[in-house]
Design a protein around this ligand. Structure first.
Ligand code: NAD
Length: 177
């Protein structure tokens, strides 16, 4: 199941709306504990809302480019979109169906922690980094209100957000809400 992986394979699931420097730090730390990391893009079916402005494809690009910017090689991770389902009890099986086998779960989200623990997985609670600033909600608010958000994300992520007209998209959606 794990081939010749010594420490095995981990999983981190997040909406990454957008990917920020807290996510990057968690990914770096997780890769010190496992040989390979599955990065699950949560709520993959949702985009173009204030809570979830970016598509799974756009988030895939953010992750790929930012990890390359941080010198993390592509053979260390998998990026897998994970759509939500209406049933929390079955969600872990749904994740298992979409991903390679894994033996460690990295999460700071209480519901995600609970569901994987009940399913018998080893849970690694990760450190929280500067949550006052490094939070998707705060970054989206700063984008909407012309605040300083670019320092909280990788250069490649801010480039992608600008290229896809993400600032305008968020402001537009916010006004229509
Ligand atoms: P998120 O992007 O907010 O967080 C992802 C991870 O990064 C979490 O472990 C979080 O603790 C960590 N993180 C965020 N900011 C950090 C910081 N500053 N420092 C350190 N770590 C930080 O994503 P999320 O909302 O937690 O994603 C969970 C996903 O799982 C959602 O898409 C949710 O819908 C999905 N889910 C779905 C079901 C279902 O479909 N039934 C059930 C449970 C969870």
């Amino acid at each position: 199941m794990y081939g010749n992986l010594k420490e095995g394979r981990g999983i981190l699931i997040g909406r990454m709306q957008p990917l920020h420097n807290g996510h990057i730090q968690v990914i770096k730390d997780a890769l010190k504990e496992v040989d390979e990391l599955i990065i699950g893009i949560g709520s993959a079916q949702i985009s173009h809302t204030v809570e979830n402005p970016f598509t799974a494809g756009e988030r895939t690009l953010m992750i790929k480019k930012a990890l390359s910017e941080h010198c993390i090689k592509g053979d260390k991770y998998y990026i897998i979109p994970i759509p939500d389902i209406m049933n929390n009890f079955l969600w872990v099986s749904h994740v298992e169906m979409l991903t390679p086998h894994f033996n460690k779960v990295f999460s700071g989200n209480p519901l995600v922690q609970r569901l994987f623990t009940e399913a018998g997985y080893e849970l690694n609670e990760h450190t929280t980094f500067n949550r006052n600033i490094l939070s998707g909600t705060k970054i989206r608010n700063l984008i909407i209100h012309d605040g300083e958000w670019e320092n909280s994300v990788s250069k490649s992520t801010s480039d992608i957000i600008k290229e896809i007209d993400g600032v305008e998209r968020l402001k537009h959606i916010f006004l229509k809400d």
